[in-house]
Design a protein around this ligand. Structure first.
Ligand code: HEC
Length: 252
């Protein structure tokens, strides 16, 4: 009887964990599922290009080198060269072995945006996975009281401008209050951008995929090494068993 009730409690606990929607810190907005898929190399490659074009002006990835990223996600030499905009001390465009640094000086950036744009190498880990990043990229809305005319439901009073405005278009916030203290926030696209909603979702997903990969590049190879290790242990087991038989054969 006791065991049965214990099992029930455990089952309830597991269920409540798995069905509870994830919420962004300090906000009542549920996060959206980024459907991170690191096997999708095309998505990673698109994400890297979007990142170089739209984000790297402000955000560095200071633990990554262009050539390592290229090799990991299958970008061609030419592709990787086309996304290098930073220059070395001799004012030449950096080589593919360079670190992925940003182009604006941190001091100026801190003055312009109120906060320096952080390095995003580990953002997927510090924000607990891709869902936060994905939701953040989709949650900018018009707010004329903010310096850049936008706010974000996932990151309130954010210092970052909506850099993908031309792609996504402008959203507006609609707040519904049911009078019982339950407030829901929804975003409505009021001025469409160059892309359809589905196309923009894909951009946000590609960027998220890329940032999840960057936060731990070894993820791409981890399963391979896991299988290799299991195979090794299996072979070792056969030899250990044979050895054991050999050692014990006179005793039985
Ligand atoms: C014009 C400069 C600029 C560009 C370009 C830019 N950002 Fe930002 N970003 C910022 C600033 C400034 C912050 C810090 C906001 C704050 O703390 O209020 C920020 C914050 C962020 C954060 C949250 C970091 C945290 O502390 O949790 C993420 C994620 C992010 N940016 C992603 C991106 C992505 C992805 C792109 C490209 C699509 C991008 N940013 C392009 C300036 C920029």
């Amino acid at each position: 009887m006791k065991l049965k009730s214990l099992k029930l409690i455990l089952a309830a606990a597991v269920l409540s964990f798995s069905t509870a929607p994830a919420f962004s810190a300090g906000s009542s907005v549920p996060l959206q599922d980024a459907q991170v898929n690191l096997d999708n190399k095309l998505s990673l490659a698109r994400g890297a290009k979007f990142y170089a074009n739209y984000c790297m002006g402000c955000h560095s990835l200071k633990f990554s080198r262009y050539n390592r990223v290229a090799a990991d996600i299958g970008l061609e030499e030419e592709d990787i060269k086309s996304i290098i905009f930073t220059r070395n001390e001799d004012n030449e465009i950096n080589k593919t072995g360079a670190l992925m640094e940003n182009t604006i000086p941190t001091k100026d950036a801190a003055r312009w945006f109120g906060t320096a744009p952080p390095d995003l190498s580990l953002i997927a880990r510090s924000r607990g996975g891709g869902d936060w990043i994905y939701s953040y990229m989709k949650s900018f809305y018009r707010d004329d009281s903010r310096p850049f005319g936008v706010n974000n439901t996932v990151f309130e009073n954010v210092g970052m401008p909506h850099v993908l405005l031309e792609l996504q278009g402008m959203q507006e916030l609609e707040v519904h209050d049911d009078g019982k203290g339950h407030v829901t926030k929804t975003l409505k696209l009021v001025e469409p951008g160059k892309m359809s909603v589905a196309e923009y979702d894909q951009v946000a997903r590609d960027l998220t995929n890329f940032l999840v990969y960057v936060a731990e590049p070894a993820q791409l190879h981890r399963t391979f090494y896991g299988v290799l290790t299991l195979l090794f242990l299996f072979v070792l087991f056969i030899f250990s068993y044979l050895l054991k038989k050999e050692f014990w054969k006179d005793i039985h």
